[in-house]
Design a protein around this ligand. Structure first.
Ligand code: PLP
Length: 339
């Protein structure tokens, strides 16, 4: 039995999900004739209270499309220094859109409206890049699955309105925030111009993300997706997994959160651990007292068939998910206690 806690992307489709995929009704989505893709897009648009949604193979492509929709070459996007669009999208912001990132030093991946105001370049000062948009991540991945305070997100919306900036949410793990916090999908929909959501993280699909947004800004999304090579044909087999996950895998996310809390508690009591960042959802980031031991700590666990990831800079990461069973949880907790 391998206990793989590196990421919530390591899950495999359940038998129920595979059945739903196998029996999907499909068509050519490039002609917009795949009824299952259309149903998924309509469902998510409705869920977030937005007029448009578009299915993508990956969250990266959905985010990259959003950046392109909001900017012109030379422009700048304001985001956290830990943002996925900055760290983990292969430099796509510059490659695809010709834009730069203005990085804010936030707290666990989250910054304030005040920081945004300070980071905006005056539009008539033509020496500096034109600030075009603000991007936030909820939950924040490198922030340790942290959830934004909704009031702060609202304040940032106001700043965007005052300065004519686009506002994009990287909601790869918005499902975890929806389960952990009182705000609804429509609350988020009201705030952002565009939002990307991932089906292949906590929801357990093999593939798929969706970009959701307002009519005007989404008008060009289909063209950008095409240019990025993301036009898909009988993609309903994949969209069916998404529909299945929305019906069956949303509520159970609280089990992942509870398990993460249990792990936080045990880790916090260990001498060899210096610090565990506050756990709000399904991600646990922690540091060893002696950084030199990172590799041996990971290797020792690997020898006992437990995998976790090294984020660098002395930080280690554990992510709970659909395929991390109660049995694995008991085994992992007792293993930790025996260290
Ligand atoms: C996983 C993830 C994405 C999208 O990643 P893909 O692997 O391209 O689907 C985007 N943002 C965040 C915060 C993520 O964790």
């Amino acid at each position: 039995m391998i206990i793989d806690l590196r990421s919530d992307t390591v899950t495999k489709p359940t038998p129920g999900m595979l059945d739903a995929m196998m029996s999907a009704e499909v068509g050519d989505d490039v002609y917009k004739e795949d009824p299952t893709v259309n149903a998924l897009e309509e469902r998510l648009a409705d869920m977030f209270g937005k007029p448009k949604a578009l299915f993508f193979p990956t969250g990266t492509m959905a985010n990259q499309t959003a950046l392109k929709l909001h900017t012109n070459p030379g422009d700048q996007v304001i985001c956290d220094s830990n943002a996925h669009i900055y760290h983990y999208e292969g430099g796509g912001a510059s490659f695809n859109s010709g834009i730069s990132c203005k990085l804010l030093e936030g707290n666990r991946g989250m910054f304030t409206a005040e920081q945004v105001v300070e980071a905006i370049n005056p539009p008539d000062f033509y020496h500096s890049p034109l600030t075009a948009m603000v991007e936030v991540e909820n939950t924040a991945n490198r922030g340790g699955g942290s959830c934004w305070d909704f009031q702060e997100l609202k304040k940032i919306r106001q700043v965007c309105d005052d300065h004519n900036l686009g506002y994009h949410l990287d909601g790869a793990r918005i499902w975890n925030a929806l389960v952990a916090k009182p705000e609804t999908a429509r609350d988020y929909g009201q705030l952002f111009d565009t939002m990307s959501v991932c089906l292949s993280k906590g929801l357990g699909c093999p593939i798929g993300s969706v970009l959701i947004g307002d009519e005007a800004i989404m008008q060009n999304a289909l063209r950008i997706r095409k240019i990025l090579g993301g036009g898909m044909r009988q993609a309903g087999y994949l969209a069916a997994a998404g529909l299945y996950a929305l019906d069956n895998h949303m509520d159970r996310l609280k089990e992942d959160h509870q398990k993460a809390k249990d792990i936080e508690k045990v880790l916090s009591g260990l001498d060899i651990i210096k610090n565990v960042e506050p756990v709000e959802t399904n991600i646990i980031i922690f540091e060893l007292t002696d950084k030199k031991n990172d590799t041996s700590f990971i290797n020792n666990l690997a020898a006992k068939h437990v995998r976790l990831s090294n984020m660098g800079g002395g930080k280690l990461r554990i992510v709970t998910h659909l395929d991390y069973t109660d049995e694995m949880h008991d085994k992992f907790l007792s293993l930790l206690k025996s260290i």
